[in-house]
Design a binder for this molecule. Structure first.
Ligand code: ADP
Ligand code: MG
Length: 629
């Protein structure tokens, strides 16, 4: 029989990655072993799952394990598993292309001189290629479970690989690493392998065995505990073990910010070991909003990411849930609308929220968490009616009254006599919001206003009516309701220097007449103390900020916000003189310029363009000329 060899080239992206991997010296290259063992472990999990419905797949050779074997003479290290294996096509796609989108980010993170951190490779779905850090040739012989055919993939990591038939292969994957000269002294040694497996692969769900020497002197040796950590008693687990397990299960490199480990007993029994990361996972804001909690039925992995197990607003949680009560023949499809899964979900959410609210007592730590995951949690405010109140209790907001974010409880405690609502303003950044003219009247009365700058804030504020019976109210929408609350240290209204009512009425009429349908209305404002004017939305009208967010979302650049209410400050010297002028003439070029300049400056403060930028420039120039020339 002649065996034909087929030569293929790597996808361009793989080549870029390999260039870096092959040519550079990384101090932590031992992570290649973690990556290969992790792949072997995934392959065994996949086989266990397939075998639930097709037991014949696993029948012979049913003790799943990873075996490491060194050969000093040949200078090779073999990493072998008896998991699911790969078909010829799978070898070509899995080890020749990159499926995931994070890869280019990984390449970017490597390209800076200072931060060549290869250790994070597993996070980006390209862990296999790390083998080329220690090997100048890698051979992968694989036989897919249920198939008779074996195939061999081989490459030196430089541009191309070959695929050949490999007669006689048995189920699983055997990876032979032809070690680079300088890697031999490390990875042919039992003690190095022991150390590396201990530190990276202690808690994977299957044994890693170091095969004894063929000298007959040494026996096979299992290098890791291979216990499913979640099945152990909480008191018997150290922080470090939790951390290692978290890093393994989440493909993460940070320390868990919170660990929740418990066994639920009663009508439905399950064990949950869940972690809140301290760093933002890469895909947190991808539209797919994928879950990453693994679901096991009696230690058999059923789903890598069970969407039904947690609501999307808790998608940053990592870990495992294992229930012996799930039927073993449960298919991934059956997990949808499964009453047991939804019971577990209710339990998990309740427990996580309870643990989170305990953590909320430590303000500094909580604010770090909230900054990282608050925007995700806030999605629950409009997606999960039942949990709304719990989330509002946990929420922290920037506010005019404090430099550190505040809770709503603190807000309620500070409310002024006569204040009926929780006031907020939304916009692009806290810093810009602090300077908003709409706040002036509230600040003058010592009323605290929440400064909301997450895009999500626009959505929940429109849907959440109140907190502990106090309604949420935007300071930039509707009429200001400030009359019931006294100004701090300022003159009573009667003594204020404002134009007579009839003059004000005339000015309002002139402005309305000039601006036409570019404004919804013009009215004197109680919101303003120093600024001359501002824009507010009408009752029930979308905020300017939300309108802008939607426009950006649709990719539209031009065509600014719809008409708003222009509010003017009767106490401002400019308005007083304009009112006096409007008393004498109803139209004049100067009044017309003033009307447009008022509207345009109010738009600019909101982050919008003037109605007609060229006309705006012309008016500004005329005005400066009058003042200067
Ligand atoms: P990831 O494990 O994140 O998918 P890798 O680069 O580590 O990325 O592996 C790429 C793919 O190659 C895996 O998703 C898997 O399909 C396949 N693979 C790698 N090693 C094995 C193995 N030992 N057995 C079966 N399939 C494997
Ligand atoms: Mg991998």
């Amino acid at each position: 029989m002649t065996i034909t060899e087929e030569k293929m080239t790597f996808q361009a992206e793989v080549n870029n990655l390999l260039d870096i991997v092959v040519n550079s010296l990384y101090s932590q290259r031992d992570i290649f072993l973690r990556e290969l063992i992790s792949n072997a472990s995934d392959a065994c999990d996949k086989l266990r799952y397939e075998a639930l419905t097709k037991p014949e797949l696993i029948a012979e050779n049913s003790t799943l394990a990873v075996r490491l074997q060194t050969d000093r003479d040949a200078g090779t290290l073999v990493v072998a598993d008896n998991g699911i294996g790969m078909s010829r096509d799978e070898l070509v796609t899995n080890l020749g292309t990159i499926a995931r989108s994070g890869t280019s980010e990984f390449l970017k993170s490597l390209s800076g001189d200072a931060r060549k951190d290869m250790t994070q490779i597993g996070k980006f779905g390209v862990g296999f290629y790390s083998a080329f850090m220690v090997a100048d040739r890698v051979e992968v012989v694989s036989c897919k479970a249920g198939s008779e055919e074996g195939w061999k993939w081989s490459s030196d990591g430089r541009g191309s690989f070959t695929v050949t038939e490999a007669p006689g292969a048995t189920r699983g994957t055997v990876i032979t690493l032809h070690l680079k000269e300088d890697a031999k002294e490390d990875f042919l040694e039992g003690w190095t392998l022991r150390k590396v497996v201990k530190s990276y692969s202690e808690h994977i769900g299957l044994p890693v065995i170091l095969v004894g020497g063929n000298d007959g002197k040494s026996d096979d040796e299992t290098l890791n505990t291979a216990s499913a950590l979640w099945t152990l008693n909480r008191n018997d687990i150290t922080e470090d073990q939790y951390k290692d397990f978290y890093q393994h299960v989440a493909h993460a490199f940070d320390t868990p910010w919170m660990t929740t480990h418990y066994r639920a007993e009663g009508t439905l029994e399950y064990t949950a070991l869940l972690f809140v990361p301290s760093e933002k996972p890469l895909d947190l804001f991808e539209p797919s909003r994928r879950q990453h909690v693994k679901l096991y039925a009696n230690r058999v992995l059923i789903s890598e990411s069970c969407e039904e197990l947690l609501p999307a607003w808790l998608r940053f949680v990592r870990g495992v849930v294992d229930s012996a009560d799930l039927p073993l023949n449960v298919s991934r499809e059956m997990l949808q609308n499964n009453p047991m899964v939804s019971k577990i979900r209710t339990g998990l959410v309740k427990r996580l929220l309870a643990d989170l609210s305990k953590k909320a007592n430590d303000t500094d730590s909580w604010l770090v968490f909230w900054k990282t995951f608050g925007p995700v949690l806030k999605e629950g405010l409009y997606e999960d009616f039942e949990r709304r109140n719990d989330i509002l209790e946990l929420a922290r907001f920037h506010s005019t009254a404090s430099d550190t974010p505040v809770s709503l409880t603190q807000y309620l405690e500070r409310m002024k006599d006569g204040q009926e609502a929780i006031y907020f303003i939304t916009g692009d950044s806290t810093e810009a919001l602090r300077k908003s003219p709409q706040l002036e009247g509230y600040l003058a009365r010592g009323i605290e206003v929440l400064l909301l700058s997450d895009p999500i804030d626009e959505f929940w504020t429109g849907m959440v009516p109140s907190f502990r019976d106090k309604p949420f109210r935007s300071v930039s929408s509707g009429a200001a309701d400030l009359d019931t609350i006294a100004c701090e240290d300022s003159k009573p209204d009667e003594e204020k220097d404002v134009p007579p009512t009839d003059q004000m009425d005339r000015l309002v009429a002139v402005l309305k007449g000039t601006l036409g349908d570019r404004v919804k209305d013009v009215r004197p404002s109680s919101r303003l103390t120093t600024s001359v004017c501002c824009l507010v939305s009408d009752e029930g009208q979308m905020s300017i900020h939300l309108e802008r967010l939607m426009r950006q979302h649709r990719g539209e650049k031009t065509d600014g916000a719809a008409a708003r209410v222009l509010e003017i400050n009767p106490g401002h010297a400019l308005i007083r003189s304009l009112a006096a002028r409007a008393n004498e003439e109803t139209t004049s070029p100067a009044l017309e310029d003033a009307a447009f300049l008022l509207l345009d400056q109010a738009r600019i403060v909101e982050g919008e363009l003037p109605i007609d930028p060229a006309a705006f420039a012309g008016r500004m120039a005329r005005l400066m000329e009058q003042g200067l020339v």
